[in-house]
Design a binder for this molecule. Structure first.
Ligand SMILES: NC(=O)c1ccc[n+]([C@@H]2O[C@H](COP(=O)([O-])OP(=O)(O)OC[C@H]3O[C@@H](n4cnc5c(N)ncnc54)[C@H](OP(=O)(O)O)[C@@H]3O)[C@@H](O)[C@H]2O)c1
Length: 285
């Protein structure tokens, strides 16, 4: 029997609930899990399977009958209340027989500790995957409009960050989920292969896209004020200011080797992300 056949055999008849399934990581986790032979339950507020972190009445139907779940807490794993909510969901999952949980967390984010602890103490077979900053933050989500308009205004100064490709996150999540992977009860830290500043990341995108896109560093306070003007609620703005002031202060300016540890290969480089997304026309004006 080939390795692929063995792999598929161990995951067929297994159902994995993927939260945030239309998001940067969830979409790719769902694709990778399906390719690995799982039956995937793609869940979000507007997804095929309805799931809302803030509406516990949606949890049971999403969880019941699943064997495993990928948990991406919104809006951020370190947001106020994440520990209580993730804990309640994780305990309900275990009670319903969903024993295998993978929580997406963030490297160096002290604020994520309550959510991580809640999963560890839930009675589940847990894995925490702590990721560095996603490359796809520049190609999807709230920063894309600015990139398309030719300017990324962001409070990252000249700090260095090993941007990770969300496809590598998905590959790691699916690999650690695999029965017998040996990653139950473990924290895995993953990053891209190269430290780059946000200025250089934007410059690489700009060169790949063949148009000028500038990086404009601002303070976290200035950034928070701009978010407030766009209607982001005060509690969320406060949290984001604190998050950017701490997480982008240089503490994460180092590489982590989790991708190689789990997958036995190097993580994708930011240049590959920039080239592929530029070719797909993501940053066209
Ligand atoms: N961005 C980074 O660099 C980074 C780094 C490390 C860790 N993280 C963590 O990654 C997570 C975010 O993951 P992501 O970037 O893949 O997500 P994302 O791209 O922001 O996508 C959001 C997804 O979650 C769903 N969603 C939004 N609000 C929801 C709610 N209240 N209940 C249930 N689902 C909801 C959305 O679909 P609907 O609108 O249909 O609900 C969508 O599928 C956060 O926990 C963050 O802390 C991020």
């Amino acid at each position: 029997m080939t390795e692929t056949a063995v792999h598929t055999q161990s995951t067929q008849n297994m159902t994995v609930l993927v939260t945030g399934a239309s998001g940067k990581t969830g979409r790719r986790v769902a694709e990778a899990a399906e390719a690995a032979g799982y039956t995937v339950r793609a869940a979000s507020r507007s997804g095929a399977v309805r799931f809302d972190w803030y509406d516990p009445t949606t949890w049971e139907d999403a969880l019941r009958g699943a064997d495993a779940a990928y948990l991406a807490y919104m809006p951020d794993v370190g947001a106020p209340g994440a520990g209580d909510t993730v804990g309640a969901l994780a305990r309900q999952a275990v009670a319903l027989g969903v024993r295998r949980l993978v929580l997406l967390s963030a490297r160096g984010e002290d604020q994520a500790e309550p959510a991580e602890r809640a999963v560890r103490e839930s009675g589940a077979e847990w894995t925490v995957v702590r990721a560095s900053w996603f490359a796809q933050n520049l190609s999807e989500g709230p920063l894309l409009d600015g990139m398309r308009a030719g300017e990324l205004v962001f409070p990252a100064g000249e700090v260095l960050e090993p941007f990770i490709d969300a496809r590598d996150i998905a590959d790691v999540v699916v690999a650690v989920l695999r029965p017998g992977s040996g990653y139950a009860g473990r924290v895995v830290e993953i990053s891209g292969p190269r430290l780059i500043s946000f200025r250089d990341a934007v410059a690489e995108v700009s060169a790949a896209a063949g148009r000028e896109i500038r990086y404009v560093p601002v303070s976290a306070q200035e950034y928070g004020s701009a978010l407030a003007e766009f209607g982001v609620p005060p509690q969320e703005t406060e949290f984001l200011i604190e998050l950017f002031e701490t997480n982008l202060d240089g503490r994460n300016a180092h590489l982590s080797d989790g991708v190689r540890q789990v997958l036995g290969r190097a993580p994708r480089d930011f240049a590959e992300f920039a080239r592929e997304h530029a070719e797909a026309g993501v940053w066209k004006a």
